[in-house]
Design a protein around this ligand. Structure first.
Ligand code: CA
Length: 225
């Protein structure tokens, strides 16, 4: 079980989630504002932070950038907004995962365990697919010798696909194995990450090199011909 810091201004949600997470065995500290939350994050060094994006004093994405300047602590963002355009900058700013309100303590707990499991995974050997190199131990991906600036989730997706180069991987499989969501989750979540991964690989869906969509089935990573 983990030390969780919950940064959430809504007192009803904060109280209910704190209680729910404690019932599931976590130790929970909480804060109603971004700046107090940042102070607690630095002072208490929690194992994981759950960050509401809509805070009264500071935008959650801005707080995330400030936090990332001083800490690698895993962060799950909680948002009432459900849209790619809003989530992408947040994931880019270094969020490890996100949940869309309303969500239960049990759902959040599943995400927390998945994020912490990934953070703590001992990693095997580097993989090479064409000019793409994925080193899980260093959590570093390089294309043509240049490091790719990936979010933790993008890295996990790329690593999963690179370990299965040439094979079609379904979105369901990615949700189960990378997101650790065996009983569901939105395909759109996968689509957002794949589209940003594609952009960072310098390619487009219409002219793929490494990352090929197999319509109606899934996606595969291949060595470009
Ligand atoms: Ca809020």
């Amino acid at each position: 079980m983990a030390d969780i810091l919950l940064i959430e201004d809504d007192v009803t949600i904060r109280t209910a989630l704190s209680r729910g997470l404690r019932d599931l065995g976590h130790a929970v500290a909480s804060s109603p504002t971004a700046l107090d939350g940042l102070r607690l994050a630095v002072q208490d060094r929690p194992d994981l932070i759950v960050l509401d994006l809509g805070l009264p004093d500071l935008d959650g994405a801005e707080l995330l950038r400030m936090l990332r300047a001083v800490s690698k602590v895993p962060v799950i963002v909680a948002t009432a907004r459900d849209g790619d355009a809003e989530m992408v900058p947040v994931l880019d700013a270094g969020a490890d995962d996100y949940v869309v309100k309303p969500y239960s303590a049990a759902q959040l707990d599943a995400r927390i365990r998945a994020v912490l499991r990934r953070a703590g995974d001992p990693a095997p050997t580097p993989l090479q697919v064409g000019a793409l190199r994925v080193d899980p131990r260093a959590r570093l991906a390089e294309l043509d010798g240049a490091a790719l600036d990936l979010t933790p989730r993008e890295f996990d997706v790329l690593h999963y696909l690179a370990a299965r180069a040439g094979e079609v991987v379904t979105k369901r499989e990615l949700l189960t194995e990378v997101w650790q969501l065996p009983y569901g989750g939105a395909d759109k979540t996968v689509d957002v990450h794949l589209s940003w991964l594609r952009r960072k690989l310098g390619e487009t869906a219409s002219e793929p090199r490494y990352l090929h969509t197999v319509r109606g089935v899934g996606v595969k990573l291949v060595e470009p011909s």
